[in-house]
Write a protein of this length. Structure first.
Length: 183
């Protein structure tokens, strides 16, 4: 075997060895939409409850962990109820997908962001207003505390509506929670 072929073979073996020994991990995070306010027609609608859904992140030799929830692909939604104080006036925000990710790693603080999409319906007495599309963003800081044994990792951040169809629905709120699983 020539010298060049031997060098190429050694380089390929080194790359394969690195790829097969790189650590992949999976995490599960709860929370996501834990409060907020929607605004429509000059009225502020607040949520009286905490809404939670687990999201999973998958890491495979990358600089970004990608978030996903398989239930969203099967028609599942997060439904959040926002109430205005009078006239039985309520908006239901239905989140149908969340995407995005965070910087890879499980030490220190990692930054994450992404988008979400869904729809909304307002019920005021017997009159309904429907938004066929509500789109927004989220961002959060994911903290992996040091200690022995290490405390539970957590995240804090926020979500914002960036557009609605028809227009006129705006709002924002908090997203925070804990890591519930790691494997």
């Amino acid at each position: 075997m020539g010298k060049h072929k031997a060098l190429i073979l050694a380089a390929v073996i080194a790359v394969l060895a690195t790829a097969t020994t790189a650590q992949a991990y999976y995490e599960t995070w709860d929370g996501w939409f834990v409060g907020g306010t929607l605004y429509y027609s000059g009225n502020a609608y607040t949520t009286p409850n905490v809404y939670t859904r687990e999201m999973y992140d998958s890491t495979r030799v990358s600089d970004r962990d990608t978030f996903y929830n398989p239930a969203f692909g099967q028609g599942d939604t997060i439904t959040i109820r926002f109430v205005y104080d009078r006239d039985n006036d309520t908006i239901f925000l239905k989140i149908a997908s969340i995407t995005g990710g965070k910087t890879t790693g499980q030490t220190g603080t990692k930054e994450g962001d992404g988008t979400w999409a869904g729809s909304a319906i307002r019920r005021k007495n017997t009159v309904e207003t429907t938004w066929s599309s509500v789109i927004g963003t989220w961002d959060a800081s994911f903290t992996y505390p040091a200690g022995s044994p290490p405390p539970t990792p957590y995240y804090t951040g926020g979500w914002t509506i960036t557009s609605s169809t028809p227009s006129g629905l705006t709002g924002d709120g908090a997203c925070d929670g804990d890591r519930t699983a790691n494997w």
